[in-house]
Design a protein around this ligand. Structure first.
Ligand code: DC
Length: 226
């Protein structure tokens, strides 16, 4: 069976990673969470108390502490920075609050995009992020842009945070999501936007199963045609 590459983009908490993981599982594809990579670099910057101007040092640290992924016993994905398991640390509020400035650094993006493209070379991959359809995998056979209202995304993040024991306040989450949308969409390098050939899907009020079924249907159509 022909293997394709699938790009899923969209703003914070639009459900990208949840559905991408399920679709990857159903198709037997690799799933790559590129947001986790930007979060890991942010964690590095915070750990080393690096200011925005010290890009050179940050780029050196990325080489020193390579980002890698592995599977936990329960099938969930673990993220490592060098030898350190940072799966939970990169979801904490301090990382979330700082990730936009780190993700706006062109030198950081250049390094991470190269690594993402290297990982995608094998095909049979589903990758989620902000610039996958536009920059990382411009030739992906299927590009999906997921969106949802700020209210719904804040509620989803609120529930996720509560389940993970991360402190959460719904109004503040709404504000933080709106801020991050603005910063991600207005940065100079690779801003968040749908590729011209992406299918945009508004997931407000749509169940996870509904979104998964939609993407699987589109993927199957393309795979069958090859
Ligand atoms: O998907 P996420 O919320 O975990 O992503 C964290 C941040 O990383 C997000 O605010 C923007 C940035 N990001 C990016 O700039 N490009 C990507 N391909 C993925 C994430």
């Amino acid at each position: 069976m022909k293997q394709i590459t699938i790009a899923i983009d969209g703003p914070a908490s639009s459900g990208k990673s949840t559905v991408a993981k399920i679709v990857a599982d159903k198709l037997g594809y690799t799933y790559l969470d590129t947001g986790a990579m930007y979060r890991s670099v942010t964690y590095l910057a915070l750990q080393h108390a690096l200011p925005e101007e010290d890009i050179e040092e940050l780029v050196k640290l990325i080489d020193q502490y390579p980002i890698s992924f592995s599977l936990a016993e329960d099938g969930s994905q673990l993220v490592f920075l060098g030898e350190q398991n940072v799966t939970d640390a990169i979801r904490q509020n301090d990382v979330t609050a700082n990730v936009s400035w780190v993700a706006a650094l062109p030198q950081v993006r250049e390094k991470l995009v190269k690594e993402q493209q290297r990982i995608a070379k094998t095909g049979a991959i589903i990758m989620d992020g902000r610039d996958i359809g536009t920059v990382v995998l411009p030739n992906a056979e299927l590009k999906i842009f997921l969106n949802a209202s700020v209210e719904e995304r804040a509620e989803r993040r609120y529930k996720e945070n509560q389940a993970k024991g991360i402190e959460a306040d719904l109004e503040r989450l709404k504000q933080a999501i709106a801020d991050r949308d603005y910063k991600d969409s207005h940065r100079k390098v690779s801003p968040l936007k749908a590729a011209d050939d992406a299918i945009t899907f508004d997931t407000t009020g749509v169940s996870i199963d509904g979104v998964v079924a939609f993407i699987l249907e589109k993927a199957t159509e393309i795979i069958d045609k090859q």
